[in-house]
Design a protein around this ligand. Structure first.
Ligand code: ADP
Ligand code: MG
Length: 341
């Protein structure tokens, strides 16, 4: 018998480009796994999902394909997104999702077609009522902001595929910028740099590990060195190389500057009254990208505003959609209105 079958009919989901988190009503977060699906190319059958599929990434033979269905921004692969969503829902409710309610966090820049796709896939998985909440709004609720007040708050959610920067007041998003430059782009720039500068080919997982372990936005009190492994492009043979946080910071400089540009652009579009609130209250950072060492300090330096990293930034959105689920009446106004066709 499933652990979750008592409360399995109301869930909230953070469908992220890098990680999917599922919250079960009255229980809390029960799933926190990479948004990755592994399928068999020949039979088209799903072989693994989440963490298990991530383990296979870069290690597959011809028959297995690992897919990140939301990789490049919003939804890159509708079919795979649906498959993944259904599988995660099945995980919390193995018998059958005798679904009632699902609250899903979606990127604020999501198109109507994409909204429809998310609704449809949740419905195919058995949901009767589907509620969509923009991610920056969910993140704000997750970190405990009273979003119904007239006070302006700025949230910067840096995920895998997108960075979403939004000013929130009176239950709505006043202005926002959605950039396709976020954690994945930082990882890609590491891969590209080592290929060009050191003739060393790194796997995506290795590059991500370098970013998380020694990546930084400002000089560190104690710079860190790291030994990395890859394949030499010229000889084709594996080799190791020692790098350090100074070198990696120089790689990340450019993509980080672009993210900060997005913040400045959003600030320029912010009505003056709200801008003055943000000057007092600062920018709140959420998403995995908030964990880059010294990013808060860098943004503070560039914008002159206070910057606060959310507590447990990777779970801010799911905690937010969880709160919406627990208190739908209170959060009516933050839910995206469905368009009737
Ligand atoms: P999404 O909402 O798009 O699924 P997340 O908020 O889960 O994204 O963040 C995932 C991104 O955060 C990935 O690019 C990952 O590499 C990055 N990340 C996770 N932990 C860290 C860390 N400690 N330092 C830097 N980046 C991190
Ligand atoms: Mg996210």
């Amino acid at each position: 018998m499933s652990l979750f079958n008592i409360f399995n009919n109301e869930i909230a989901i953070d469908l992220g480009t890098a990680n999917t988190l599922v919250y079960v009503k009255h229980k809390g977060i029960v799933i926190n796994e990479p948004s990755i699906v592994a399928i068999n190319r020949r039979t088209n059958k799903m072989m693994a999902i989440g963490r298990e599929a991530k383990e296979m990434m870069g290690r597959t033979h011809d028959e297995i394909l690992t897919v990140r269905p939301l990789k490049d921004g919003v939804i890159a692969d509708f079919e795979m997104t649906e498959l993944m969503l259904q599988e995660f829902i099945r995980k919390v409710s193995p018998a059958r999702f005798m679904g009632k309610r699902v609250v899903v966090g979606v990127p604020s820049g999501i198109t109507m077609v994409e909204q429809r796709a998310v609704r449809d896939s949740a419905e195919h998985a058995g949901a009767k009522e589907v509620y969509l909440v923009p991610e920056p709004m969910a993140a704000a609720i997750g970190v405990g902001i009273e979003v119904d007040q007239s006070i302006g708050n700025m949230i910067m959610d840096i995920g895998g595929g997108t960075s979403e920067i939004a000013v929130i007041a009176l239950n709505g998003i006043v202005c926002d910028t959605s950039l396709r430059i976020a954690g994945d782009e930082l990882t890609r720039s590491i891969i590209q740099y080592f290929r060009i500068q050191h003739n060393l080919l790194l796997g995506e997982k290795t590059a991500e590990e370098i970013k998380c372990t020694i990546g930084s936005a400002v000089p560190l009190p104690q710079e860190i060195t790291m030994e990395i492994k890859g394949r030499d492009i010229v000889s084709g043979i594996p080799r190791t190389l020692t790098t350090d946080s100074t070198e990696v910071r120089s790689i990340l400089l450019n993509p980080i500057a672009k993210i900060i540009e997005g913040t400045k652009a959003t600030l320029e579009h912010t009505p003056p009254e709200l801008a003055s609130d943000i000057l007092d209250r600062g920018i709140i950072l959420s998403g995995g990208g908030a964990l880059i060492k010294g990013l808060d300090e860098k943004i503070k330096k560039e914008t002159g505003l206070p910057v606060i990293v959310a507590e447990d930034p990777l779970t801010a959105v799911v905690r937010g959609v969880g709160k919406v689920l627990e208190n739908l009446a209170k959060y009516q106004e933050v839910i995206l209105k469905a368009k009737k066709y």
